[in-house]
Design a protein around this ligand. Structure first.
Ligand code: UDP
Ligand code: MG
Length: 341
């Protein structure tokens, strides 16, 4: 295996304050990895300017004019973090791409570790925050609560993993088969499968500038994650309808009991309250049934790929193996590289 070619993808929205520092650190990291022969000479950095309103693009142009490995992609307008990131992942070349935020909150020092996992045959490497002491109490509680909520709704996501990750060319090609516009990348990447690994790091404070995810955007993103990946809210209607129906049956019995056993029933109570609950329950159940069909339409409309092939083998495929490099599983590059970790 030849030395793999790495691309670093960094979405930037109004990041003029941090970019020079981020670029300097990435450039020196890349130089180090190149000198260790961990990544190829052609490895590069890709800044995606997500329609910034400050001097971000000017900073990027200045960087790319003075550094050969720096490249820029400018979106025509602000589209949001997930879209900018996907644009970078679909546009940048490279045997593997690592996505990382511009603000230096994610420890860049684990990048060589991610590359070693790739070289050992992993297609996806997740960066996971093992500490969050630099986050505010509010951010920590809401973020961790959210991961738990998603898990409860059977959405497969990696706990405390955001968008700091390595994707191999094979994983990127699989990702490109997802056509949905309601993006929640950390959920999609989980659907790809393939051999993966996790690297842990300490989350830091933003190096400069302020968060581009104010509370409103954060809530919208959280809701996006739920509604793009789970039909649990629709199923909830059925559950509530069922519970209300049971209650109405209980109330009917209660009405009968007060009449027959205690003989002190309030005239008109049962005939008013019981049908009210009963009809409410039936209505909710009916909505739940409609919801089930909507859930099906929703899944169909996403047109997600149904599977990704990891390997093909056997006489009929051998010839294809030779011509189609994607279908050939990558062999561990050098076991010692990983064992040295
Ligand atoms: N970002 C972007 N477009 C947006 C908002 C954010 O490209 O509309 C980028 C931003 O420049 C940063 C990354 O997405 O590189 C994460 O944003 P931020 O660090 O502000 O989010 P936080 O860490 O506060 O959740
Ligand atoms: Mg940040």
């Amino acid at each position: 295996m030849t030395t793999p070619n790495l691309g670093l993808v960094i979405p930037c929205f109004n990041e003029e304050e941090v970019l020079p520092e981020t670029a300097a650190r990435l450039i020196s990291l890349l130089a180090r990895m190149r000198s260790e022969n961990l990544v190829s000479e052609r490895s590069a950095i890709f800044f995606v300017d997500d329609g910034s309103r400050d001097n971000t693009w000017a900073v990027i142009t200045e960087l790319l004019n003075s550094h050969e490995e720096v490249n820029g992609i400018k979106l025509s307008r602000n589209r949001g973090h997930q879209e900018a990131l996907l644009c970078g992942l679909m546009t940048a070349p490279g045997d593997m791409l690592i996505s990382v935020d511009a603000d230096l909150q994610d420890d860049l020092e684990v990048i060589p570790q991610m590359v070693r996992h790739y070289r050992n045959g992993c297609e996806i490497v997740y960066g996971v925050r093992n500490r969050r002491d630099t986050d505010t109490f509010f951010k920590r509680i809401t973020a961790e609560g959210y991961y738990k909520l998603m898990a409860a709704m059977k959405v497969d996501i990696v706990f405390n993993h955001a968008d700091y990750r390595l994707l191999s060319r094979r994983a990127l090609e699989a990702l490109s088969e997802y056509r949905e516009v309601n993006l929640f990348l950390r959920g999609l990447v989980r659907l790809l499968g393939y051999r993966s690994a996790v690297v842990e790091y300490d989350r830091r404070e933003r190096y400069a500038g302020e968060s581009k995810y104010p509370l409103k955007k954060m809530l919208a993103f959280a809701w996006q994650g739920i509604t793009s990946f789970s039909v649990a809210p629709l199923r909830l209607i059925t559950t509530i309808g069922f519970i209300v129906s049971i209650i109405s049956v209980g109330l009917a019995f209660w009405g009968l009991l007060t009449k027959i056993v205690f003989n002190q029933a309030l005239p008109g109570w049962a005939s008013t309250v019981v049908p009210m609950y009963f009809l409410g329950g039936i209505q909710l159940l009916s909505l739940g049934v409609i919801g089930e069909y909507i859930a099906k339409i929703y899944m169909e409309s996403k047109g997600r790929p149904r599977f990704h092939i990891d390997m093909l083998d056997g006489g009929a495929f051998r010839e294809r193996f030779e011509t189609d490099s994607r279908r050939q599983p990558r062999q561990p590059f050098d076991q010692r590289v990983v064992e040295a970790e």
